[in-house]
Design a protein around this ligand. Structure first.
Ligand code: ATP
Length: 457
């Protein structure tokens, strides 16, 4: 639920506008009026999102011995989602407002306003005219076959393909409990009220881990995963003090969950969930064993026991984390020039590892052929290792500002000193300019790649 104390609509408006203006995020189908709750990532947005997903994958799968990756299908068999309980119960309570004809989630009315009588609806005034809540299934259904006789669903979470393949992964990889299976991919929910930019979308990406364990380890591992995930957010640039941990109380957790932590972030529209870390007991494998009628138990070689493994699930939203990264990075800094005039510098202070462009490369003068040649050489040298941006348009100060606005941590400028015209001792060096401090130093062209690699990957 949005916490009013932390809201800053003006800041959010600036962020949304920057995202569009600089090519991070656009509304899907915008030229036709837009598809509600569906978003396209532009050239910079896709780089940011890939950096996040790659980093998550590296930390979660590649740098751990106990987690394996998979990439399941989006189209999901009906039986899978019947067993998991989604067909029967994956719904939100919905109410309609008879005044404005708006449709709202009954458990999340806070912050909504009736389009016709803003002060009245929904739900908060005696005059307000809401229907009784009805259950609304959030799954998006599709049909297979020439006559559409077979129902399938666009998956509402990535988790179910992991549960269904857990036995295949186990049998093909000689792993022992505890071990995890991780997946990054699209999920779809027919949300009643998509809102807050990409925060609540109908198509989104999740980064999920299903961590299988012995029953007696479930509670401890849930706490351990919470700490691991909090450390991850810190590493990507979301400070601990902006995160809130909600220990979801009894009665509000899913009925099968013994413990659930929501990791929440202070978005400009309120404190809202980024990730859930849930101890799901043996519910998932249990319902699929029952549903498919085949044994899915784990056999413990040491104790010779056969049992259904328990599951701890850290489930993060990729789009929500991208949005948190942008919100956290967004800064407007007032600079006073020599003449006492104020100027606002817009900066996205991304960590270099997350920044869509790692380094801007400029010749000081577009017309200086030698500078252009060396700048292009530097570009070619860095390109196989990182995303760089070459720019020779306009004054160099303006070019720095354009990179500040999209969060590029470093810029290098090839100038007269690079080519030795102002004294040979500087030959072979470029100006390296830092986004945050705006300080400039000289670095040799030969050292540049190594220097950057230590910081941007
Ligand atoms: P909410 O309460 O916000 O609807 P949820 O508790 O239903 O979320 P989960 O089912 O636990 O969400 O999904 C795990 C994660 O997937 C969430 O923490 C969130 O980051 C992401 N997620 C879920 N629904 C959406 C959505 N509609 N748009 C974007 N991300 C989402």
């Amino acid at each position: 639920m949005a916490n009013k104390d932390h809201t800053d609509p003006a800041r959010m408006e600036k962020i949304v506008s920057l995202c569009k203006r600089r090519g991070f995020i656009f509304q899907a189908g915008e030229i036709y009026g837009g598809l509600n709750g569906v978003w396209d990532y532009g050239p910079l947005g896709v780089e940011l999102k890939r950096n996040l997903k790659d980093y998550w994958w590296r930390k979660t799968v590649q740098e751990r011995d106990d987690v394996l990756g998979m990439d399941g299908s989006i189209l999901t068999m009906e039986q899978v989602l019947v067993s998991s309980g989604h067909v029967g119960g994956f719904s939100d309570p919905m109410v309609d407002c008879k005044t404005c004809k708006g449709r709202f989630r009954a458990d999340n009315l806070d912050g909504f306003q009736c389009k016709e009588k803003p002060s009245v609806c929904p739900g908060q005034s005696p005059k307000c005219d809401l229907t009784e809540p009805r259950q609304f299934n959030l799954m998006l259904q599709t049909n297979f076959g020439a006559t559409g006789e077979q129902i399938a669903y666009l998956r509402p979470e990535t988790a179910q393909s992991i549960f269904c393949q857990y036995k295949n992964v186990l049998d093909s990889n000689r792993v022992k409990l505890p071990f995890g299976i991780a997946q990054v991919g699209k999920s779809f929910r027919n949300e009643i009220n998509p809102r807050n930019f990409t925060f609540r979308s109908r198509e989104f990406e999740q980064m999920e881990i299903e961590y299988f364990c012995h029953p007696e380890d479930g509670m401890r591992l849930t706490d351990e995963w919470l700490e691991t995930r909090l450390a991850f957010y810190e590493e990507i640039g979301i400070p601990r003090e902006k995160l809130h941990i909600l220990d979801v109380p009894d009665g509000e957790r899913a009925f099968y969950s013994k413990k659930t932590y929501d990791i929440e972030y202070e978005f400009p529209f309120g404190i809202q969930e980024l990730e859930g870390v849930a101890y799901r007991t043996d519910y998932d494998i249990g319902v699929h064993q029952k549903g498919c009628g085949k044994p899915l138990e784990y056999f413990d070689e040491e104790t010779k026991q056969r049992f259904i493994p328990h599951v701890v699930e850290p489930s993060a939203g990729c789009d929500r984390t991208v949005l948190a990264l942008i919100c956290e990075a967004f800064d407007e800094e007032t600079l006073t020039d020599d003449k006492g005039k104020d100027d606002v510098r817009t900066v996205l202070r991304f960590k270099p590892t997350m920044a869509p462009i790692k380094v801007g490369i400029f010749p000081l003068l577009k017309k200086n052929e030698e500078q252009v040649r060396v700048a292009r050489e530097i570009q070619k040298k860095l390109q196989p290792w990182m995303n760089v941006f070459y720019d020779d348009g306009g004054a160099v100060g303006r070019r720095y500002r354009r990179q500040d606005e999209v969060g590029t941590p470093y810029c290098v400028t090839v100038d007269f000193d690079t080519l030795g015209e102002n004294g040979d001792e500087l030959k072979g060096t470029v100006t390296l300019r830092h986004r945050d401090s705006m300080e400039q130093e000289r670095i040799s062209v030969d050292a540049l790649l190594g220097w950057l690699l230590e910081r941007v990957r």
